[in-house]
Write a protein that binds this ligand. Structure first.
Ligand code: ADP
Ligand code: MG
Ligand code: MG
Length: 243
């Protein structure tokens, strides 16, 4: 169980996430949705411990802030949107980084780590690409490689920031199907931002609609993907300059 209690976060004094509280049961999928700049990525980074925040993020009742880097890497797997990839690494070498995320490239892997990575690549249908350099991968293959590194961490929680970025609808659904299978087979908890509302409604158990850092709706798809709720929060806003 992952629990956010009154989480607020921002950058240099500017609050961009404000007072978010939500409980995310084990094995469920929460999609954070909302217009551009609403604070979706910042909220996800707060859970990952990558930005400072007030309030608390509790994993099975324990504040994530209290976990050591090693414990955190074993508990939470985070995939940034459009990560910078070490293009010269092979898929296998890149996925192996997930075995020791808190040590960076200095780590030495053992036979068990190789076995885990082989298994992850097989699950993501990447075995035939194991030796390929990242720079040679297509968009869908890259996103699966990113997922492979995170899955190699073998965490109970996956935090995915716009995992379908750059993918056509078929590849996007194939990727989310994979994530959904992990969720049902392993009981993995998934928290993802998804700018595509149709996909969010299709895959997530629960949606959290953020607007200007605040939760304006939450619940199942039928409650949140209501036309009038969306119209209210997704309309473009013009900044009128006075002067
Ligand atoms: P979303 O993911 O919903 O598009 P973000 O969480 O990325 O929103 O951004 C929320 C707000 O925080 C935006 O106004 C954005 O410009 C600002 N922001 C995001 N990252 C930073 C940063 N590293 N430094 C300063 N401001 C940031
Ligand atoms: Mg954005
Ligand atoms: Mg974002």
């Amino acid at each position: 169980m992952l629990e956010l209690v009154d989480v607020s976060a921002g950058y240099r004094g500017k609050t961009v996430v404000s007072g978010v509280s939500v409980s995310i049961p084990r094995g469920s999928w929460l999609a954070i949705i909302g217009p551009n700049g609403a604070g979706k990525s910042t909220l996800l980074k707060s859970i990952a411990g990558l930005v400072s925040y007030s309030g608390s993020v509790l994993l099975d009742g324990r504040p994530v802030q209290d976990l050591s880097a090693r414990e955190r890497a074993r508990a939470l797997g985070y995939a940034p949107q459009v990560p910078l990839l070490p293009e010269g690494l092979s898929v296998t070498s890149y996925a192996l980084l997930g075995r020791t995320p808190h040590l960076g490239i200095l780590a030495r892997e053992g036979p068990h780590d190789m076995a885990v990575v082989d298994q992850v690549l097989a699950r993501l249908d990447l075995s035939s690409l194991a030796g390929r350099l990242l720079r040679t991968l297509s968009g869908g293959e890259r996103q699966r490689a990113v997922l492979a590194r995170v899955l190699a961490q073998q965490t109970g929680v996956l935090l995915l920031d716009e995992p379908t970025t750059g993918l056509d609808i078929g590849h996007a659904q194939a990727l989310l199907d994979l994530v959904d299978r992990l969720r049902t087979e392993d009981g993995t908890t998934v928290v993802s931002t998804l700018h595509d509302l149709t996909l969010a409604g299709q895959y997530a158990d629960r949606l959290l609609l953020l607007d200007r850092g605040t939760v304006v709706a939450s619940g199942d798809a039928s409650a949140v993907l209501d036309a009038s709720v969306l119209a209210q929060h997704y309309c473009a806003r013009l900044v009128v300059m006075e002067g």
